[in-house]
Design a protein around this ligand. Structure first.
Ligand code: SF4
Length: 389
């Protein structure tokens, strides 16, 4: 078992590149309202994650094999790169993970793989591992399964019956940009098609046989800044993924060059761009914004010096602030410093009485420092002085 755990340590190296759920440190929708950190909490063996609303937990993020026959330009595991590779069989992976779980080291697993013997064969091995963990060893915790490029519909279904989350990384917002990052992956057929199949399964079948009797959530990830793509391209595809395929999250990973890869001389992407993309993606998903409304420059980039909701409000709300007691929910949601939960509380409160006091607004969750310039309270502009001490 010691040898297996050593192998597992090799397989988990570099997996910090892959995000999962609402990790502690990656911005959530409510944090999109503030200047949150995007640094991810990392453990020796993986990362921490946070099930919806719950405390942070430890997640083993690992590959089944770090051998890969593909040659994506940005990837440390690409074929031909010289480093120590490792592979575990499905049974070995399942037992290694469950040994760690029983020791209290990890609470869940995010299982991915390099592509070895084609996407279909690799998916079979991932599904076999998940089946052992879930059905034979009766693991009842969190399981996230990666879907391989080109996986078939029955394989995607099998993964969805076992996992809490499945993901397929699109890597780039369209076929042209993908060609600059991963010349041997095909955007529509190998990557977007499996995402569509997963959504089709969720829409057309009842989840009676699924783990916890509900279908897993669906996510993807983009590499940001590796192919010269614009924020407009990334966010247009993000909007499609939210609206048409109902993804739970879209993750953005700022490009960082890896030694001995074709992109090793490309400069790393500014992490602030990644943060602005997260904030903009939440505006699309939770705040009723359309990509055309986002404060994108003529060349399709978000401003880096302020968050996109603030930039939009400075342009459109400063001259026509929103009346707290009369505004539609959708108008309130567009005010910086007011998130979906705060809107719900505001609407409930004003259904009972007129809101007249700043203290009440603050008590309902309004960030007066951010929202004040864009609100009217009974026709009066809010002049809010932040407390200094
Ligand atoms: S297929 Fe995946 S593991 Fe293989 S080189 Fe591409 S990104 Fe890396």
């Amino acid at each position: 078992m010691v040898d297996l755990l050593d192998t597992l340590a090799v397989l988990s190296a570099h997996m910090g590149l892959e995000p999962d759920m609402d990790e502690c440190g990656v911005p959530t929708a409510s944090q999109a309202e503030s200047q949150c950190s995007t640094g991810r909490g990392e453990l020796d063996h993986g990362m921490v994650f946070r099930p919806a609303g719950g405390p942070c937990k430890a997640l083993l993020k690992t590959l089944l094999t770090s051998a890969c026959e593909r040659d994506c330009f940005y990837c440390p595991f690409r074929a031909g790169r010289d480093f120590r590779r490792a592979t575990l069989k499905p049974e070995e992976m399942a037992d290694s993970f469950l040994t760690m779980h029983r020791a209290g080291t990890v609470d869940g697993i995010f299982l991915s793989s390099g592509v070895a013997g084609g996407g279909v064969r690799t998916q079979d091995r991932l599904n076999d591992t998940a089946e052992i963990i879930r059905n034979r060893r009766k693991f009842g915790g969190y399981l996230h399964l990666k879907i391989m490029p080109g996986a078939e519909k029955d394989q995607i279904l099998q993964a969805m019956l076992l996992a809490d989350r499945v993901s397929i990384n699109l890597e780039a917002p369209n076929d042209t940009r993908l060609g600059m990052l991963a010349p041997h992956k095909t955007f529509l057929d190998e990557l977007l098609r499996p995402l569509k199949l997963a959504e089709e399964i969720r829409k057309t079948r009842l989840p009676y046989d699924a783990w916890r009797r509900k279908w897993p959530s669906l996510t993807t990830q983009f590499v940001v800044g590796g192919a010269g793509e614009t924020d407009l391209e990334l966010l247009s595809t993000t909007q499609f993924l939210f609206r048409e395929l109902h993804l739970a999250r879209v993750y953005y990973s700022a490009f960082n060059p890896v030694k001995d890869t074709p992109l090793e001389d490309r400069p790393p992407e500014n992490p602030l761009r990644q943060q602005r993309l997260y904030q903009a993606s939440f505006l699309l998903r939770d705040y009723g914004f359309d990509v055309e409304e986002l404060p994108l420059s003529g060349n399709g980039t978000l401003p880096l010096d302020q968050d996109p909701k603030q930039a939009w409000a400075s342009q459109y709300l400063r001259e026509s602030p929103v009346e707290v007691n009369r505004a539609e929910q959708s108008q309130l949601l567009r005010v910086p410093g007011i998130g979906p939960k705060t809107v719900a509380r505001l609407v409930t409160a004003r259904g009972n009485h007129r809101i007249t006091a700043l203290e009440e607004l603050r008590g309902l969750g309004v960030n007066l420092h951010r929202a004040g310039p864009y609100l009217l309270l009974d026709g009066q502009q809010i002049s809010y002085q932040p407390t200094l001490w």
